[in-house]
Design a protein around this ligand. Structure first.
Ligand code: GUN
Length: 294
């Protein structure tokens, strides 16, 4: 029997824990955590994600601010905005929503954010700290996956974990986190990418399979071992006349096909997705408490 991992439920649980902590901060006259978001242009998906982040802040009692910039903004003006946010003592953490327009150099922007306020965990200082298991902000999606494994008490030690994808924001960090000497962790990790030969042969040996490639229903039942834990990070937006928003989300895993073979599996939507905002809120709370950078 497989168990569907309920990311929405775990996310709500953790958000109510955060709200309770904010209530304590407020009642003792402490500073309310403040998350800022920079949104460049008006990409539909980015608007949705940023709105979700702002709403989640309201829900847990954080302050939030949204800093909109034109799609044509110069790199210098964006760097100036980042410098202002770095120097604004009321802002505990901030994010610059990706993707950015083509004329902007993303690594330059990422490096301009003060590591102490980098609640996205994208700055190379936070990446380096993550590699060496030094306290840091973890990127939201990998952090959300760790929280799901932990809350469902899924055994990871000694397991073979196969990660599909090597992106800076999911595949790479999740492979590092599952290899570290921690719980969740202590896996033997194999990373597959676009040049990997025989992907199905490798995925068939996975005790834990994490997919982050953005190829709808790429993973079929024949690629999965009996009893595997499958974590689907893929979210491809497909136009649909059946939903209010006009689109629906498809994962990297052919769910109905694969689920019967699994011990645990995350659905799309309602699996990893809801956890990413919750992980960002946890980082923001840690930032406001100066838990990582004193
Ligand atoms: N775009 C896709 N995922 C993310 C994320 O976690 N943070 C930011 N800032 N942009 C994203």
């Amino acid at each position: 029997m497989h168990q569907v991992i309920d990311g929405k439920k775990i996310s709500e649980q953790i958000q109510s824990e955060i709200a309770a902590e904010v209530a304590v901060i407020k009642s003792s006259g402490g500073k309310v955590p403040h998350l800022a978001a920079v949104l460049v242009g008006n990409d539909g998906a980015s608007e949705t994600y940023v709105n979700g982040k702002v709403k989640a802040c309201e829900k847990v009692g954080f302050k939030s601010s949204l800093h909109r910039m034109e799609n044509s903004v110069s790199e210098n003006d964006l760097l100036k905005k980042i410098s202002d946010l770095n120097n604004d003592a009321d802002i505990d953490g901030f994010i610059v929503q990706l993707p950015l327009p083509k004329h902007i150099n993303v690594p330059k922007i990422t490096e301009a954010v003060s590591p102490a306020k980098d609640v996205d965990g994208f700055h190379p200082v936070n990446t380096g700290r993550m590699l060496q298991n030094i306290p840091c902000y973890l990127p939201a999606t990998p952090y959300g996956i760790m929280l799901l494994l932990e809350r469902y008490k899924i055994e990871t030690s000694g397991m073979h974990c196969v990660v599909l994808g090597r992106s800076n924001i999911v595949g790479l960090p999740v492979s590092v986190l599952l290899e570290r000497n921690t719980y969740p962790g202590n896996c033997t990790v194999t990373v597959c990418h676009s040049k990997t030969k025989n992907i199905p042969e490798i995925t068939q040996t996975a005790d834990i399979l994490i997919t982050a490639i953005g190829k709808p229903e790429f993973v079929t039942a024949d690629m999965v071992k009996n009893g595997a834990v499958v974590i689907d990070v893929g979210i491809t937006r497909i136009k649909s006349s059946e939903t209010k928003s006009g689109y629906r989300l498809i994962g990297d895993v052919k769910f109905d096909d694969v689920a019967p073979k699994c011990s645990y599996i995350t659905p799309v939507p309602g699996g990893v997705g809801p956890m990413t905002i919750t992980a960002l809120l946890k980082n923001t709370l840690a930032a406001s408490r100066k838990e990582i950078y004193k």
